[in-house]
Every structure is written in structure tokens, then in C-alpha cells.
Design a protein around this ligand. Structure first.
Ligand SMILES: *[C@@H]1O[C@H](CO)[C@@H](O)[C@H](O)[C@H]1NC(C)=O
Ligand SMILES: *[C@@H]1O[C@H](CO)[C@@H](O)[C@H](O)[C@H]1NC(C)=O
Ligand SMILES: *[C@@H]1O[C@H](CO)[C@@H](O)[C@H](O)[C@H]1NC(C)=O
Length: 248
């Protein structure tokens, strides 16, 4: 932008830059970063499963709809080095079990012959009526593992929700469990407490989703500002020409 530009065009320039920045940000956010070279092929997006746990009276007491991807590093038996493997959990080959107590609930997902057993533990603070995911454990016995994998952490603090509400995160979210284990969740909606007839309560959205919704708001605001500036410029221009000023 050069000095000779009038006030109106400087304003226009700034607004256009804002819009461009917002659009570019969105572009980068939706384009997946290139994956680093790895001996194993990365799986695509995991299928979304609908996992239900029934309470003692037979009604659903915990429900989780999500796509799950496990990211595990382990010692390879054949290559004699550490491998990083990314594996999708396949809903149609996964058995669901679990438990529901007054202030704790668990969801256990296991595959054929228990080659993979993944368990989520939630706790409810009955004073504040808030729940969260506090523990995850994974045991896996996959081909080429030198020894069965076991990963466990009981001091986690993820998926915060309120009793009677569900926690939702449409965006991909990574739950770091241990140094050797992380879990990527996709299109997640979960409710470990206070379901009503097996249905999710109103959703509380994660920060990632809220950030995503911010972009259209910023673009909209910038466009509105642009329209206002053009309108003002037009009105000022009209007033000036009425007053008999010469426009350059
Ligand atoms: C798997 O974990 C490793 C190490 O934390 C990380 O570098 C890699 O990006 C992860 N891959 C995926 C697909 O999440
Ligand atoms: C439960 O929530 C209350 C109120 O926020 C807090 O004071 C208390 O420490 C929490 N209890 C646990 C076990 O986290
Ligand atoms: C468990 O998770 C906590 C919180 O993310 C982390 O600080 C801790 O290092 C983890 N423990 C293990 C054994 O990885």
C-alpha cells in the first residue's frame, strides 16, 4: 500500500487482508499436513461406531459415538526396532461392554480374541455435577509385537462434560495417554452419565469446534465492515461533490 492511497482504499485493503487471512486459515485447517515417511501405510479416517453400555435395569447408561484411531509405538519382533503403528478400530468387529456406577463409568471395546482391548473410564464429581475421562487403558497383541503392548494412564483429564449433557467434538482430537500411546477421536459424541432413555442430552461442544465456528463469524464481520465502508465512502463522496469539491 503506497502513500498516495486515500483513506478509503487503505481501509478497503486492511479489510480485504482480514478476509484473506481468515480464508487462508480455514484452508490450512482443512488440508491435512503431509505425513512423514513411515514403513507402515497410514489408515484413512476410521468408521464411526455407536457404542452402548447397558445398566443393571437394561437401559443404556453410557453411550459413545466416535471414530477411533490408535497410535501405538512398540518393539517389532522382525525388524528389531521401535515401530509406530496407526490402527483404526473397526466398529463392526468390536464388542462393547462396560459398567455404570453412581460416580464412575467405563466403556470397554475389544476385538476378535481380545487382540485389542481398549477401556475408557469416566468419573463424575457429584458435588459439581461435572464428569471427565480420567483413565484409559489399552492392551494389544498384534502381529510382529515383540511382547504384548500394555498402556495405561489413570491421571488423565479429557472430555469434560456436565451430568445430563453429552460432550461433542466433531474435529479430530488427540488424547495423549502415555509416551507410547495416543488416541485420535473423530466425530466424537459421548455421554457417560445421565442419559435419558438411551438418547444423548444436549451437546457441549469442544474448543476445537468452537474455534472452527469462529471463522465464518470473522469472515461475516469483515464482509459487513466492507459493505459499511463502501457505503460511507459513497455518502462522503456524494456530500463532497455537492459541496463543490473536485475529486482527483
Ligand atoms: C502418532 O504418534 C507419533 C508420535 O507421537 C506422531 O509423531 C504421529 O504424528 C502420530 N500419528 C498420527 C496419525 O496421529
Ligand atoms: C468436586 O467439585 C467440587 C466443586 O467444584 C470441588 O471442590 C471438589 O474438589 C471436586 N471433587 C473432586 C474429587 O474432584
Ligand atoms: C498420564 O497423563 C498425565 C496427564 O496427561 C501425564 O502428565 C503423565 O505423564 C501420564 N503418565 C504416563 C505414565 O504416561
Amino acid at each position: 500500500m503506497t502513500q498516495t492511497c486515500g483513506v478509503q482504499s487503505v481501509c478497503l485493503g486492511v479489510t480485504l487482508q482480514l478476509i484473506l487471512a481468515a480464508l487462508l486459515h480455514q484452508g490450512f485447517a482443512t488440508v491435512a499436513p503431509p505425513t512423514t515417511a513411515s514403513p507402515h501405510k497410514e489408515p484413512g479416517r476410521p468408521d464411526r461406531g455407536d457404542y452402548l453400555v447397558a445398566g443393571t435395569n437394561g437401559t443404556t447408561c453410557l453411550r459413545a459415538s466416535m471414530g477411533l484411531q490408535l497410535n501405538v509405538s512398540f518393539s517389532s519382533a522382525s525388524l528389531n526396532k521401535t515401530l509406530q503403528e496407526v490402527v483404526n478400530l473397526q466398529p463392526n468387529m468390536t464388542k462393547t461392554s462396560g459398567s455404570c456406577e453412581a460416580d464412575s463409568a467405563s466403556l470397554k471395546l475389544s476385538t476378535d480374541a481380545d487382540k485389542t482391548v481398549l477401556t475408557f473410564f469416566f468419573t463424575l464429581n457429584t458435588t459439581s455435577n461435572k464428569y471427565h475421562l480420567n483413565e484409559v487403558s489399552l492392551s494389544a497383541n498384534w502381529p510382529d509385537m515383540k511382547e504384548p503392548f500394555s498402556g495405561h494412564n489413570n491421571s488423565l483429564d479429557y472430555l469434560h462434560g456436565t451430568f445430563g449433557f453429552s460432550y461433542m467434538c466433531r474435529e479430530e482430537q488427540t488424547l495423549d495417554v502415555t509416551q507410547d500411546l495416543s488416541i485420535n477421536t473423530f466425530q466424537l459424541q459421548v455421554q457417560p452419565f445421565g442419559l435419558n432413555g438411551g438418547q444423548f442430552g444436549a451437546a457441549e461442544e469442544c474448543q476445537l469446534d468452537e474455534d472452527d465456528m469462529l471463522i465464518p463469524i470473522i469472515v461475516g464481520a469483515a464482509l459487513a465492515a466492507l459493505v459499511l465502508i463502501v457505503l460511507l465512502a459513497y455518502l462522503i463522496g456524494r456530500k463532497r461533490s455537492h459541496a463543490g469539491y473536485q475529486t482527483i
